[in-house]
Write a protein that binds this ligand. Structure first.
Ligand code: ZN
Ligand code: ZN
Length: 375
């Protein structure tokens, strides 16, 4: 690992992703994938375009070479991105042109078009109007299948993200004190997320005492009290676009005895789920591995969410580690394992690591100790 880790995948990797996207589009029976700015565009081209009202749209055709339609004023930015080295054809449009008609001209007839899952409704509807009779489908069925298996370079990017957020958690005891508010602690954490190498703070959860029993509580002006457990779930985006996400539970002074008791159950559940990860097991069985331990100890009704979510260029993506997801884990799949126990009105705890499924076992990219940290 070096300080000058690349922010973009090599052009050869991007060309390979585009080629695989084209094949997958064809085998899904689609004529084209239409991809507007967001993680799918970044995955396929390295272009981290800002989502704007003006249409930027990558057209991956099942037959023919991919083309990107960009506003004329965005062309320099597009060329400065890895697109400049990809040899991708760029079609520009001026302020008075109709970019939707331009996209439609590339796809004659009544195309079956896969749209990226995050495309703005405005663009979906204008594309539909420009291509009467076309069929619009979710492109995520094609793109999700590509993005779900990380390449060795992507795994390395997730390791860098994991190490960066580990460094932030290592410093949390400096800031967590009785008498400070969650918001004050959160501000210190947010500053550290950037200082430790992220370009963006995605979320900072500091759930003290009863707020820890709300899994997605963020920050409040509540003053942290002595003897309270505090759930700290934090994440950001690295310069290369890959995300971090890690939860540890701390206690400011000695916590109540009942808390120590269920924290031990939670830790055993999280470890059991991590140890269960390997190729060929279902995503839902990882959820069960955690949930069974918690249920057997009598806390089942207090574990109110799925065990995890995939992670990569987005904090939440496939595969979801949830009952009902019978997808088999494969090497390169990356996801969180984050069981929690939440006693309403009292306190809660969660332990979260990101794992990558390897050839034989799962690899944690977050390496901070998982024991309850008393500060
Ligand atoms: Zn998290
Ligand atoms: Zn998470």
């Amino acid at each position: 690992m070096t300080a000058t880790a690349p922010h973009h995948p090599p052009a050869a990797d991007l060309a390979d992703r585009l080629a695989r996207a084209r094949l997958a589009t064809a085998s899904a029976g689609m004529d084209a994938l239409l991809v507007t700015p967001g993680p799918d565009l970044r995955y396929l081209t390295g272009y981290d375009a800002i989502p704007l009202e003006r249409l930027t749209c990558l057209v991956v055709q099942a037959q023919g070479d991919p083309v990107i339609v960009v506003p004329r004023l965005e062309k320099p930015a597009a060329l400065a991105s890895p697109i400049g080295d990809l040899g991708l054809e760029i079609l520009t449009w001026g302020e008075t042109d109709d970019p939707y008609a331009l996209v439609a001209s590339l796809l004659p007839g009544r195309p079956r078009a896969g749209l990226d899952n995050h495309m703005w409704a405005e663009k979906v509807l204008r594309l539909r109007a420009a291509m009467p009779g076309s069929e619009q489908l979710l492109g995520g069925t094609v793109l999700g299948e590509l993005r779900i298996r990380k390449t060795p370079d992507e795994v390395e990017a997730l390791r860098r993200a994991g190490a960066a957020i580990d460094r932030v958690h290592a410093r949390v005891p400096e800031w967590l004190r009785a008498g400070r508010t969650e918001r004050e602690v959160g501000k210190d954490i947010a500053d550290a997320i950037v200082a430790e190498g992220h370009v963006r703070v995605d979320f900072v959860i500091v759930g003290s005492g009863p707020n820890g029993a709300s899994p997605h509580h963020e920050l409040s002006d509540r003053v942290i009290q002595d003897g309270e457990p505090v759930v700290v779930d934090i994440g950001g985006t690295m310069p290369d676009g890959y995300c971090s996400d890690e939860t540890r539970t701390y206690s400011v002074g000695e916590p109540p005895a009942e808390f120590r008791e269920f924290y031990a159950v939670l830790l055993a559940a999280q470890v059991a789920a991590c140890e269960h990860v390997r190729p060929g097991v279902t995503a839902e069985s990882v959820d069960s591995a955690a949930r069974d331990v918690i249920t057997d100890a009598g806390y089942g009704e207090y574990f109110v969410h799925r065990t995890g979510h995939g992670i990569g260029l987005e904090t939440h993506e496939e595969p979801y580690i949830v009952s009902g997801n019978t997808e088999l884990l494969e090497p390169g799949m990356a996801f969180s394992v984050e069981p929690g126990i939440y006693l309403p009105g009292r306190h809660g705890a969660r332990i979260e690591d990101i794992l990558v499924c390897g050839d034989t076992v799962g690899e944690r990219v977050n390496l901070r100790p998982r024991d309850l940290v008393i500060v």
